[in-house]
Design a protein around this ligand. Structure first.
Ligand code: ADP
Length: 233
C-alpha cells in the first residue's frame, strides 16, 4: 500500500430520471494505491451504481471523481472507454466470458484492444492462464469449465492489460465456500505480486474479512468506514 490515492471521490451524487430520491448522495471515498476495500450494504443501497461510476461505466450527476490523479467525472463515452481499457479490470459474479471463445481467446481479447501484437498477446495470456492454474485448459470453452475455473479465467482476463484498479462485483457469489475462498486466495496472490488496488462488492463476510477495509452503503450514503463495529449487511 502507498500514500498515493488512486481513487478520490468527493460529494458523488447520482440521480436517475423519474426517481424521487438520489441513488447516491454525497459519497466521499478515498482509496490508497494497493488497498483492498470491501463495499457492502443491503440490496438496492447503491453498490453497483457506485461501482459503475468508479469503473467509468457511468458518470456521477454531482461531485467529482479522480482516478490516478486525473478527473474522470466528466469524460465522454469514448474517453471513459479509453480509461477503462488502460486502468481498470472488471470481475463479475456470472463471469461474463465469451462462450464461443476458448480460454486463451478470452484472455487475449483485452490485449488485442490494448494494441499488443499477436505474439505478445499469446505469450502474456499463456503466462497468466498458467499462473491461475489452468495451463491444461487453454483450448477449452467456458461451458467445459467449472464455476471456479471460469472465475480464474475471468481474473486472468481482468488483469491481462495490467490495470491499476480491479473492480469485482460479488466475485464469489456463484461459487461454493471452498471454491470462493480459493478464488479470493488467487486474487490476494495477484494483488501481492503487483501494484493493484482492489474494490470488491460483496455480501459475504468471509470475503470482506480478506479485505483491508470495509465500507458500508445504506440508501446511497456511506454509513461506516472500517472493519470493526460493522453492521450486518
Ligand atoms: P445495489 O447494487 O446495492 O443492489 P444498485 O446500485 O443496483 O444497488 O441500485 C440502487 C438503486 O438505484 C435501486 O433502487 C435501483 O432500482 C436504482 N437504479 C439503479 N440503476 C438504475 C437506472 N439505470 N435507472 C433507474 N434506477 C436505477
Amino acid at each position: 500500500m502507498s500514500d498515493f490515492s488512486i481513487v478520490q471521490a468527493q460529494g458523488i451524487g447520482k440521480e436517475f430520471p423519474n426517481m424521487t430520491a438520489p441513488v447516491l448522495d454525497e459519497v466521499n471515498l478515498t482509496v490508497a494505491s494497493g488497498e483492498i476495500v470491501a463495499l457492502r450494504g443491503p440490496s438496492g443501497s447503491g453498490k453497483s451504481t457506485l461501482l459503475n461510476i468508479l469503473g467509468c461505466l457511468d458518470g456521477p450527476t454531482r461531485g467529482s471523481y479522480s482516478l490516478g490523479g486525473r478527473d474522470v467525472s466528466t469524460l465522454s463515452r469514448r474517453e471513459q472507454a479509453w480509461v477503462r481499457l488502460h486502468y481498470i479490470g472488471f470481475i463479475f459474479q456470472s463471469f461474463h466470458l465469451i462462450s464461443d471463445n476458448t480460454v486463451i481467446e478470452n484472455v487475449t481479447l483485452p490485449l488485442y484492444y490494448a494494441g499488443l501484437g499477436r505474439h505478445e498477446r499469446e505469450a502474456r495470456a499463456t503466462e497468466l492462464i498458467e499462473r491461475v492454474g489452468l495451463g491444461h485448459r487453454m483450448g477449452h470453452r467456458p461451458s467445459q469449465l467449472s464455476g471456479g475455473e471460469k472465475q480464474r479465467v475471468a481474473i486472468a482476463r481482468a488483469v491481462a492489460a495490467q490495470p491499476r484498479l480491479l473492480l469485482a462485483d460479488e466475485p464469489t457469489g456463484a461459487l461454493d465456500t471452498r471454491t470462493g475462498n480459493e478464488v479470493m486466495d488467487l486474487l490476494l496472490e495477484i494483488h501481492a505480486a503487483g501494484s493493484l488496488t482492489l474494490i470488491i462488492v460483496t455480501h459475504d463476510p468471509d470475503v470482506a474479512a480478506f479485505c483491508h477495509r470495509q465500507i458500508f452503503l445504506r440508501d446511497g450514503k456511506i454509513i461506516t468506514h472500517g472493519s470493526s463495529h460493522a453492521p450486518n449487511a
